[in-house]
Design a protein around this ligand. Structure first.
Ligand code: SF4
Ligand code: SF4
Ligand code: SF4
Length: 263
């Protein structure tokens, strides 16, 4: 399976916000422009130095959110999207703390809060379609394709117009590489990008990084999982005991009826 990616060429973006609108429609999120990533905005447009910068989950090749989740609520698919399973999530929010790009958002106001972020339109990709944002982009600033092809194309664009582009593809190496790649005419550090990130995948470093707060995280993770397991186990035991009691009562009633019939 070839890895998919988005190439976002900031020199071609006109700030029309069609990407966010299409994303909201595709994911049944409330309409209305949002400037910051939120539980109801999986992608946004920031403005730096008169340049529009799309923000969304980078769909890391080796994602930290996957590696820190103690119950496996995050998974990395072969195609590239990083998915979240709310039925497994215990709400510890380590994914939010650990993401090097500060992407995942939490539904703080919900009774049953979930973590929210871009899913890279996984259902569409599986059907051979491109993500909604790429389809909606009128200028081609957001382009979808095979990651290797897009990297080749990005290099070609830089080579063809070296005076136009910074000689860097953001996302090529950051934290071991991501599935969202950027080209720019202005140095990335001036556009709010994190340019000092490790070039190796963070999961290997995760435990080193977390080892700065080892007891809190490791013991906390085990403890939360324990609480979740105990809670579920208790529910299970309670239901089992109820069913057993019901059966006993039924049997007693039947024996009582038989006794009455005989006497
Ligand atoms: S950007 Fe953050 S949330 Fe997205 S895959 Fe990478 S670590 Fe996970
Ligand atoms: S890939 Fe899909 S979910 Fe992600 S920003 Fe684009 S439209 Fe939204
Ligand atoms: S749809 Fe394309 S041109 Fe419009 S804001 Fe999004 S990336 Fe930029």
């Amino acid at each position: 399976m070839k890895k998919k990616a988005l190439l976002i060429d900031l020199t071609m973006c006109i700030g029309c916000n069609a990407c966010q609108e299409a994303c909201k429609k595709e994911n049944n999120l409330p309409e209305g422009e949002e400037k910051k990533l939120s539980a109801t905005a999986y992608t946004t447009l920031e403005e730096h130095d008169d340049v529009f910068v799309r923000r969304l989950c980078q769909q890391c090749i080796d994602p930290t959110c996957v590696s820190v989740c103690p119950v496996g609520a995050f998974t990395k698919t072969a195609e590239g999207p990083v998915l979240y399973d709310e039925s497994k999530c215990i709400g510890c929010r380590y994914c939010i703390q650990a993401c090097p790009f500060q992407v995942p958002r939490y539904e703080w106001n919900s009774t049953y809060p979930r973590v929210q972020k871009c899913r890279f339109c996984y259902d569409r990709i599986k059907q051979g379609l491109q993500p909604a944002c790429a389809e909606a982009c009128p200028t081609g600033a957001t382009k979808f394709g095979d990651r290797d092809d897009l990297i080749r194309e990005a290099y070609e664009r830089i080579k063809a117009e070296p005076e136009k582009y910074v000689d860097r593809i953001y996302g090529l190496q950051e934290v071991g590489g991501t599935s969202v790649l950027y080209l720019s005419s202005i140095p990335f550090e001036r556009l709010g990008f994190k340019t000092q990130l490790e070039t190796t995948a963070l999961p290997l470093l995760t435990w080193n990084a977390l080892s700065k707060i080892p007891t809190v995280v490791t013991v906390g993770g085990v403890l939360l999982y324990g609480i979740w397991w105990i809670t579920n186990r208790r529910t299970y035991v309670r239901e089992y005991e109820r069913a057993l009691q019901k059966k006993k009562d039924q049997k007693n009633n039947e024996q009582g009826d038989k006794h009455e019939e005989l006497s």
